[in-house]
Design a protein around this ligand. Structure first.
Ligand code: ZN
Length: 102
């Protein structure tokens, strides 16, 4: 059976359905008994779906990558400056991204 390191290393390949039968069976066996790896796989599978949907028709919006980075990195909200910074970003044309080019 695959261990955690091997399982996580093969995560992307597994989700792309490009593993050989033996490796795939080994990964699936590990996922059946390891909640940590199973959650990691679930998260990445969901992320792939979201990104695929966003990218289906056009390029990934500049704001999406930022949001993903914020989900991973910025746990602490900024304090007093937040509103002013948001206003500045909107003034700089961030809002235009929502409309997008025709
Ligand atoms: Zn594991």
């Amino acid at each position: 059976m695959a261990d955690c390191n091997e399982t996580l290393r093969e995560l992307e390949t597994f989700l792309d359905d490009e593993l050989g039968d033996d490796t795939r069976a080994s990964i699936q066996a590990h996922l059946g008994g390891c909640l940590d790896c199973l959650q990691a796989f679930d998260f990445h599978a969901e992320l792939k779906i979201v990104v695929a949907q966003k990218c289906r028709n056009d390029e990934m919006p500049a704001g999406l990558l930022l949001k993903i980075e914020q989900c991973f990195g910025l746990d602490e909200p900024a304090d007093d400056a937040t509103d002013d910074q948001l206003d500045d970003q909107l003034d700089d044309g961030t809002a235009d991204i929502m409309d997008g080019p025709a």
